[in-house]
Design a binder for this molecule. Structure first.
Ligand code: FA5
Length: 349
């Protein structure tokens, strides 16, 4: 292609440029490293000196001209974009906007956050533990040895891989106290109480914690029972912590959580890891009582399992069903709704 042809084509192309992306394309086509002008310069290299000089001069002139077309076109495009368009284009500010879709917090998250905030305000920290737990922390350390009938209260999902190890462990090594043998058989924790001894092994009283978490039970579901659900454990230990302290904290928590609107009752109960033990129910909007939590004064055997000296400390513990709290607060009759992810349900919170 002759230099004149290149110039004409470039001129035509510059006139057709519609936006800045087109402009870049045109620049590349004519002035880029592999563009038309570059090709001319490449071909000049092998020419005789006189020819080289004449053609080189012309090529430079054409190049400058193309640069000028393109610069002019760019200036025009920018003017249109920044000056003309804003003056001629109108924005209809009365047009309804597009509403962004907001996500929502799950009712169990809302309940869990309320619980944490209320206990924070009473000086409780938050601790954590694994969902896959050893038999030791979930049962043995809580005064529930293997043959203990209370284990039947919490049907367990056992994890298979460590069965062999357990067989080897059944005879306690000579000279070791029975309580100190930590079974390595694994399970999905059946209660957040499993974190009690875990936490106390590395912390000394005075202590005040809650432990929010998911737990698992191998049981049939119904309107108030799930096979995986949420609990929040509470544990306060120190010198002279009494049942009166428990009652005060419990009342404060429940009245803040339910805004003072819900009737509560306390029944005597049994847990191997507390003595005495209680269960606490709340009355739903339908007038029916629903069990909210188990609780009691920490059994000294649990303190012992954590390595604390006998009778030095006292404390209370509780394990509250987060699903149950949410059911009462939001008047939900069916626990399984929490886990079905039906937007018609979730959008109500
Ligand atoms: C326990 O799990 C004890 N660890 C509680 C405890 C902690 C007692 C500390 C003493 C000291 P229980 O199995 O009753 O106890 O469960 C406690 C609460 O979890 C119940 O009151 C109930 O609110 C909730 N819960 C129990 N089973 C289910 C289930 N299948 N579905 C939903 N919530 C449940």
């Amino acid at each position: 292609m002759s230099l004149q042809d290149i110039k004409n084509q470039a001129k035509e192309a510059a006139e057709k440029i519609g936006d800045l992306a087109d402009w870049d394309d045109a620049y590349r086509r004519f002035l880029g490293k592999k563009g038309e002008i570059a090709k001319v310069f490449m071909s000049i290299k092998t020419m005789a000196e006189a020819e080289k000089r004449a053609l080189g001069k012309e090529a430079n002139e054409v190049k400058n001209e193309i640069e000028r077309f393109l610069a002019e076109r760019k200036a025009a495009l920018q003017k249109e974009f920044f000056d003309v368009k804003p003056q001629t284009e109108t924005i209809d500010i009365t047009r309804p906007g597009e509403k962004p879709e907001f996500g929502r917090l799950h009712p169990l998250t809302l309940a869990q956050r309320d619980i944490i905030n209320i206990f924070h305000s009473m000086g409780f920290g938050v601790a954590d533990g694994p969902e896959m737990e050893t038999e030791w922390y979930n049962f043995d350390a809580l005064n529930m040895p293997k043959d203990h009938p209370a284990r039947d209260m919490q049907d367990t999902f056992w994890l298979r891989q460590n069965e062999l190890k357990v067989k080897n462990e059944q005879v306690p090594p000579a000279g070791k106290q029975k309580l100190k043998i930590k079974s390595e058989r694994l399970l999905l924790r059946t209660q957040t109480s499993a974190v009690q001894v875990r936490y106390m092994e590395t912390h000394r009283p005075p202590l005040r914690i809650i432990v929010p978490g998911r737990i698992f039970r191998n049981e049939a579901t119904d309107a108030t029972h799930e096979s995986q659900f949420y609990q929040t454990e509470g544990l306060m230990a120190g010198k002279n912590i009494s049942a009166a302290n428990f009652k005060a904290i419990l009342q404060k928590f429940l009245s803040l959580f339910f805004n003072g609107k819900t009737e509560i009752r306390l029944r005597p109960s049994y847990f191997p890891f507390t003595e005495p033990s209680f269960e606490i129910d709340a009355k739903g909007a339908d007038g029916k009582w629903l069990e909210l939590m188990g609780a009691g004064m920490v059994n000294q055997k649990v303190f012992q399992a954590a390595g604390y000296p006998l009778n030095k400390y006292t404390g209370f513990a509780f394990g509250v069903g987060v699903d149950r709290l949410a059911m009462i607060k939001y008047n939900i009759k069916e626990i399984r709704l929490f886990y079905q992810n039906d937007l018609r349900f979730l959008k109500q919170f």
